[in-house]
Design a protein around this ligand. Structure first.
Ligand code: S3P
Length: 180
């Protein structure tokens, strides 16, 4: 049984690796809390006038990260929303600090098998293009999970229907927001 949603008086930021389910869960969370949903990668692509893949290809990863930092800064200043960030965003100390100050962060933690399986279903991920996705994702888990662990809330994104993960995430958010 899911409880009635409490109003989320903060922006909710979803963090996690590619394939963790940030967009899928983010959209549902936004509906639950009556907030707009924004995908940071889509906003970066809109601002650049080309896809994330093309930004990496034409301008390089550093330029993408600059755009990502700028776009997230803007979005965090735009009123409450649910924001799905790209997997690398929370690795940037400046982005992390902004999120810490103005939002509640939720890490969707998924194991390697799930990430391999889900990322194989959708392309458009430049970091997975130059090598074996499983090995690349394993390396990213080693590097990033200790940093993602600094999120306010950690929820396992298991191989279950999205509604199950949504219920776990929203319960954790409600608890977090009503804590004294
Ligand atoms: C990246 C993840 C991607 C996208 C870009 C880089 C990363 O977003 O921002 O390809 O560094 O992990 P998703 O996590 O939404 O796939």
């Amino acid at each position: 049984m899911t409880s009635d949603p409490k109003p989320a008086d903060k922006t909710i930021v979803l963090v996690g690796l590619m394939g963790a389910g940030k967009t899928c869960i983010g959209r549902r969370l936004a509906t639950r809390y009556g907030l707009p949903f924004i995908d940071a990668d889509e906003e970066i692509a809109k601002a650049a006038g080309c896809s994330v893949e093309d930004i990496f290809e034409l301008y390089g990863e550093a330029a993408f990260r600059d755009g990502e930092r700028r776009v997230i800064k803007r979005l965090l200043g735009e009123g409450h929303l649910v924001l799905a960030t790209g997997g690398g965003a929370f690795m940037d100390p400046e982005v992390r600090e902004r999120i810490r100050k103005s939002a509640v962060s939720v890490w969707l933690r998924a194991d390697l098998e799930i990430l391999v399986e889900r990322t194989a279903r959708r392309g458009g991920r430049p970091l997975l293009k130059n090598g074996v996705p499983r090995a690349i994702l394993a390396g990213l888990i080693d590097k990033r999970y200790p940093v993602y662990a600094g999120a306010d809330i950690v929820v396992d994104s298991d191989d279950v229907p999205p509604e199950v993960t949504l219920a776990k995430v929203s319960q954790a958010i409600d608890r977090f927001l009503s804590a004294p």
